[in-house]
Design a protein around this ligand. Structure first.
Ligand code: ASP
Length: 306
């Protein structure tokens, strides 16, 4: 499989942001079989994080603002409009990590309107790193907005599940969202959020909330957010593998991403994509899948991949 690679140099304003909206088969398979303006959703999410960074805010605030916007957009597989389990339910996973080594994650989260904020509360207010099905009362104690489980369901996702179960559509559809950023203080952060794979078993958890698999950040090295066939990303510890190549081998970030995809995804016959920001603010987007949704600035203008 060939890895398609896109890079942007460190920006003169001193901060950088890149987001993804999933990687998978053809673009129209990435998320939903609906004619919609995915570019508008990517742009809105980019602007949310950009506003934080341009005002001197933290990389953590920026990635959370960007992922929140994508979770709220029903076109993407996260938050409302997430992919459904075989039982027709939404089980949400999310992770946030900061370059100083802190991380928080939730798996099978059922009641947080924005799972990324639940993950952040775990990072900031819990002794744990990963909470499975965090109790609604705890989410409310954290002043998070909670919702009934059917809030996440959309007619398009119900139809998509039916099509997959009736074998009208192929099974493993992707569309997870994520963002990585470097702020003007040089700190990096990553956030990833998903409903998982369409028609997955109830209780199945993929790479997204697993530190080092789908999400990783380390100051002085970079931040990485992944999307694709979660089991391969977990077995290959993919996000961490990219960071380790940079940190221990001195491999440039773009080459590290290509080497990791070859070593850990291609060998498993798995497809997916990664976004990364380097310690210096350079941006890398890479995928061995036919398509990937992404948005970043190339220095002069906003680039969206749809
Ligand atoms: N990686 C996610 C998972 O396996 C799916 C995706 O990226 O779309 O749960």
């Amino acid at each position: 499989m060939t890895t398609q690679l896109f890079t942007a140099p460190p920006s003169p304003q001193g901060w950088s942001l890149v987001l993804h909206g999933g990687a998978g088969g053809r673009v129209e398979e990435l998320s939903l079989e609906v004619a919609a303006d995915y570019s508008a959703g990517l742009t809105t999410a980019y602007r949310a994080g950009e506003a934080v960074l341009a005002a001197g805010g933290s990389a953590l605030d920026a990635v959370c603002a960007t992922v929140e916007a994508l979770e709220d957009d029903p076109l993407f597989n996260a938050g409302r409009g997430a992919a459904l389990t075989s039982a027709g339910t939404a089980e949400l996973d999310a992770c946030v990590m900061t370059g100083d080594g802190r991380a928080g994650a939730v798996a099978a989260c059922l009641h947080a309107r924005n799972p990324v904020h639940a993950a952040r509360r775990v990072l900031e207010d819990s002794a744990a790193v990963l909470l499975v099905d965090p109790p609604r009362q705890l989410l409310e104690d954290w002043a998070l907005t909670t919702v009934e489980r059917d809030y996440f369901l959309t007619p398009a996702r119900v139809q998509q599940l039916r099509n997959v179960q009736d074998k009208v559509l192929a099974g493993s559809r992707h569309g997870t969202v994520g963002a990585v950023a470097r702020d003007t203080a040089g700190r990096v952060a990553a956030a990833t959020s998903t409903g998982g794979m369409v028609d997955q078993s109830e209780g199945r958890v993929g790479d997204t909330p697993i530190v080092g698999a789908g999400t990783y950040a380390r100051d002085g090295v970079g931040a990485i957010s992944c999307t694709g066939h979660g089991e391969a990303f977990m077995q290959g510890v993919v996000a961490y593998d990219v960071a380790a190549r940079v940190r221990y081998l001195g491999t440039p970030l773009d080459q590290a991403l290509v080497d990791t995809v070859a070593a850990e995804l291609d060998t498993r016959d798995a497809i997916g994509g990664l976004i990364a920001v380097g310690a210096d603010g350079r941006i890398v987007v890479g995928h061995n899948s036919p398509a990937m949704f992404a948005a970043y600035s190339d220095g002069t203008r906003l680039v969206t991949h749809t």
